[in-house]
Design a protein around this ligand. Structure first.
Ligand code: ATP
Ligand code: MG
Ligand code: FE
Length: 352
């Protein structure tokens, strides 16, 4: 099926077009620069940017795919989770498009979309199931057990406070670096010693593991960095910024990779899929690949343009739903900022 997907859950306006499992176009307009001076995504600003970017993005995606809107078999949209106002812009646009084209509409889950992204990756290996999936971005840090993409996705754990990308952004701020923090910390960490400072690995103590075996926590780590930096400032010594950045990054990477590989081993699933914008982190990819090789786990990392928020992953998930024979969503659905991962497709708000 030929599907156009609309993604507006955060600060990327993503329009993707896929035919079956073939990616035809994937345009991404980001309002990230507009959020820079606030140090994080501002919901109102993001929603307004979606409103402005949607129409030109759709036109561009259609042109790049070399199709006409009337060729589409279906329209797909992210229903949640994400920022309510931002989601509503995409949902409204998708409904308008589907109604005017008289095409079926599929409202889908953003997190499951991140996994579906791998269905349209350009290489032949692609998504193999079952798999453990680790999704790390500015808005979420989730560990999933995916048995079937359209019927059986289990949430093992998630962050109980800050998301991993959010931790990078907040620590960058503490270190006086601009937003977004991830690439800045990467740059600052060059030449730094990752073992210089032993920052805490959230929720990995034996006492915490019973309740939070697969959950993450990064706010304690952020506070530990802030305290360390303050103490150093009080002492009057120069801040060893490369060591702090490298040690902070190591703490994040260590806890992410350790829990993900533990999940692979406990669940007897020798596959790990990585997704989300934090995957841009070279150190995270290197440590994951290295330790997974030792553990006999195969790692999948889709190209970065499919890892960050995008419309192709939403189209890919809907395309799979259609190929699995699933009926479209009714027009009664809305935006659900806390949509659970078990709700892969939203049939209607009433039924939910
Ligand atoms: P969502 O949470 O809905 O997926 P988002 O916009 O918050 O959306 P992404 O756009 O996928 O998330 O990723 C942005 C986040 O990734 C930011 O927090 C940013 O700091 C982080 N990031 C980007 N590059 C790197 C990097 N090299 N290392 C670590 N974090 C990074
Ligand atoms: Mg983003
Ligand atoms: Fe996302």
């Amino acid at each position: 099926p030929l599907v156009l997907g609309i993604e507006t859950s955060c600060d990327e306006t993503g329009i993707g077009i896929v035919r079956g499992t073939t990616l035809l176009s994937n345009t991404i307009a980001s309002s990230m620069d507009e959020h820079a001076r606030y140090g994080g995504v501002v919901p109102e600003v993001a929603a307004r940017a979606h409103l402005e970017a949607l129409q030109p993005s759709i036109e561009r995606a259609v042109a790049e795919a070399g199709i006409a809107l009337s060729d589409l078999d279906a329209v797909a949209v992210t229903s949640g989770p994400g920022l309510s106002g931002a989601l509503m812009i995409g949902v409204g646009a998708a409904k308008a498009l589907a109604v005017s084209l008289e095409k079926p509409l599929y409202a889908v889950n953003h997190l499951v979309g991140h996994i579906a992204a791998d269905l349209v990756a350009p290489d032949a290996e692609r998504l193999e199931l079952p798999t453990i999936a680790l999704l790390v971005s500015g808005g979420h840090t989730s560990l999933l057990h995916v048995r079937d993409l359209t019927t059986d996705v289990e949430l093992l754990g998630e962050t109980i406070d800050d998301a991993a990308g959010e931790a990078f952004d907040k620590v960058a701020r503490i270190l006086g670096l601009p937003y977004p923090g991830g690439p800045e910390i990467d740059r600052a960490a060059v030449g730094g010693d990752p073992a210089a400072i032993r920052f805490p690995r959230g929720l990995s103590r034996a006492s915490e593991r019973e309740r939070h075996r697969w959950d993450f926590s990064f706010s304690g780590l952020k506070t530990a960095v802030a305290r360390w930096v303050e103490q150093r400032a009080d002492s009057g010594d120069e801040l060893p910024i490369a060591d702090v950045a490298a040690s902070f990054r190591e703490a994040v990477v260590d806890v992410l990779v350790t829990k993900a590989l533990d999940a692979c081993s406990e669940r007897g699933v020798p596959r790990l899929l990585l997704g989300g914008g934090v995957i841009a982190n070279r150190r995270l990819r290197d440590v994951a690949l290295e330790r997974a090789a030792d553990a006999g786990v195969a790692v999948r990392i889709p190209p970065l343009s499919l890892c960050t928020d995008n419309g192709a992953m939403i189209a890919a998930l809907a395309s799979q739903l259609i190929m699995d024979g699933r009926a479209p969503s009714t027009l009664a659905f809305g935006a659900d900022s806390t949509l659970p991962v078990t709700e892969i497709q939203v049939a209607s708000r009433e039924a939910a």
